[in-house]
Design a protein around this ligand. Structure first.
Ligand SMILES: Cc1ncc(COP(=O)(O)O)c(C=O)c1O
Length: 300
């Protein structure tokens, strides 16, 4: 079910400025990032050979590190180039791209001031699935037990590895009950997001979505808000209480991986896959396609 393990694949990984064989891209067990979650990452997607919103992802990666108190020792330009080159070298057209930066091994304790900051970038094939029949049924979400933390207790503006601990626990618990994912409330009890995607609702032709004040303001989220507004659809960013889900007609998730995914159920609440959701699914798939032909080179 899981396919080839991610540490045993073929290809190359960009690792601290060099291309290394995929299976050699390793860290030592005494790595600060592993023990103390001092790591930040990005999830990017290439469509037709071009990474959608690459610059925004790279800027967020650099900012995520800054929030955790470290500086990635490569410029945005170098990182963007490395992401693009990786695709070209591997002949990848529709792909997922995963940059990750972490504190190394020089010091092993809470304090790690002297640790080298590393950066690796991997990319692998991820076909774009346009066959929407399955997705059009909508996915089912459970309510998560964990809440998105107060920004005073966690660096919520950072796409930090440590923040995914509660996401994995919540997603596993939902999957064990037959759901696709879980909806997390925030520390105030307001609707926040799913475990790896932002959430939107529709009622009376208006879109409602929580303000991203304690969770990631997704790049897809911002794109979809722009697409909705371009269609003249009103988008209200506000605090949403879980009881309000009773009155919402449509619901969908947004994210680099999720794209625009309709939701049919969240706990006791049901939604239909309506016109606004379908329109935004289509508009998003049109928006992600590259404006220029793919820069694909045959690597011998
Ligand atoms: C927790 C979480 N929220 C939201 C998102 C959506 O962000 P984006 O649209 O930038 O992929 C993601 C995906 O990266 C995520 O992991």
């Amino acid at each position: 079910m899981a396919g080839i393990p991610f540490d045993q694949r073929d290809g190359e990984i960009w690792y601290d400025g060099a291309y290394v064989p995929w299976t050699d891209a390793k860290v030592h067990v005494l790595t600060h990032g592993l023990h103390y979650a001092s790591a930040v990452f990005e999830g990017e997607r290439a469509y037709g050979g071009a990474i959608f919103k690459l610059e925004e992802h790279t800027d967020r990666l650099i900012e995520s590190a800054r929030v955790l108190g470290f500086s990635i020792p490569y410029s945005a330009e170098v990182i963007n180039d490395a992401c693009n080159q990786l695709l070209v070298r591997a002949n990848l057209i529709d792909a997922y791209v995963r940059p990750i930066a972490w504190r190394g091994s020089e010091m092993m304790g809470v304090s790690a001031q002297a640790n080298t900051i590393h950066l690796a970038i991997a990319a692998w094939q991820w076909p774009s699935y346009f066959a929407p029949e399955e997705r059009l049924k909508g996915i089912r979400l459970d309510m998560a037990e964990y809440c998105r933390p107060d920004p005073r207790t966690a660096p919520s503006k950072s796409k930090a590895a440590g923040l995914y601990m509660i996401c994995t626990i919540s997603k596993h618990a939902a999957e064990a009950k037959g759901y696709a994912d879980a909806l997390m409330l925030d520390w105030r009890g307001q609707v926040a997001e799913a475990t790896g995607a932002n959430v939107f609702f529709v009622k009376d032709g208006v879109i409602h979505t929580p303000k991203p004040d304690c969770f990631l303001d997704g790049i897809t989220r911002r794109t979809v808000i722009g697409l909705a507004k371009a269609r003249g659809i009103e988008v209200v960013e506000r605090a949403i209480l879980p009881e309000e889900m009773e009155g919402f007609e449509q619901c969908f998730l947004t994210g680099t991986a999720a794209e625009v995914t309709p939701v049919s159920e969240i706990g006791p609440y049901s939604f239909t896959v309506g016109d606004i959701t379908k329109t935004l699914m289509e508009d998003y798939m049109a928006a992600v396609l590259p404006q220029e032909p793919a820069k694909v080179a045959a690597v011998g």
